[in-house]
Write a protein that binds this ligand. Sequence first.
Ligand code: JD8
Length: 405
Amino acid sequence: MRLDVVSIFPEYLAPLDLSLIGRARRDGLLALHVHDLREFTSDRHRTVDDSPFGGGAGMVMKPEPWAAALDHVVSDGAGPDAAVPHLLVPGPGGVPFTQAMAHRLAAEPWLAFACGRYEGIDERVYEHAAARMPVTVVSLGDYVLNGGEVAVLAMVEAVARLLPGVVGNAASLVEESHEGGLLEYPVYTRPASWADGDTVRDVPPVLLSGDHGAIARWRHDERVARTAARRPDLVAVAATVGGLDDLEVTVAVPADAPELLVLQRACWMPEGRVSGSWRIPPLDEGLDDVVRGLGEWTTWVVRTPSAGGGPGRPVGSVRGRVRPGDPSVWESGRLMVAPDLQGRGLGRALLGLAEAGAPDSVATYWINTGRVSEGNIRRYRRAGYRLRPGEGSFPGSVDLTKRRR
Ligand code: JD8
């Protein structure tokens, strides 16, 4: 990959000589060219800025030096891999930079970055560039910096570390935050028992157990809990389903159990009727069973927007877990949508939410429903599940499985 950066402070990019990115450049895994915008000025004061038309505070970066600099980058880098670069211009008003964007950019042969300063770059420079190459205005986050250099440092590192061979063990790229929608799990190293002054701090015993299945489950549960606590927005995937705007998704806690029990009984009543038996677990269970279930499964509850400070109405729920004893299987269950809100796609979104919580050890998704629940069976088939032959895991039920892509 080739990277070009244009800035009036080229020394700002010096940190990219260091560490993994520095070594990757020396190993030829990527070629980084930093250009000083002032090289492309034509006056003896090497002027790059001027006062803004229409008045206002600060200065604006002039178009001519930028056009000359970008044209130089294009002529200097054009080659068999790419005729023009993808130009990325950092700006507080840009599209958010994300891990997903980093992956997309890492797949491109040539990126160029234009670091603005002052109040920004004359808007006609964006038009000049867009007439020659793809241009994306991108923001590092919802706060204001003094220029684009810091954003470029972060974006170059986030993209370059995804290039083959840059990060020694690629496996460590997998279970990171923002890969797979969950934040990372807590990490520990020696000593297993740390005497921190007069406080002894021990590593969670499961990590010393050698039981990789249990360790995978613990790490997954830590990721879900941490994500729910710190970034509930990351689990709000079902936010806008069938006209149900701004639904709030949280990981259920014991306080949710009474409402979940009500929803559960309401949702399984039809299945009880068609199966001719009320003795099915969701209808048989009491409040204690629901609370115990919250301890054995990760359960998500979807509520309408909280009005007047109190929690909104629970309109759906689903739970998921790694199958005890087999970390390659992810079990989803208790998929429920309030009867008056069924048929809007919330069930499908909830199933996706549960599947998204599966740790990397999982290769197969599993779900179970009543043998006579044609509606559920049809829905799960549409979601890619296959009916397993024979009796399901519970009397009168069927199992369905789906291989993880
Ligand atoms: C590029 C000039 C400063 C911005 C007047 C302060 C990105 N997430 C981000 N926050 N800020 C930037 C950013 C700020 C920049 C430039 C990026 C070029 N400035 C300007 C407008 C208000 N000053 C950024 N990515």
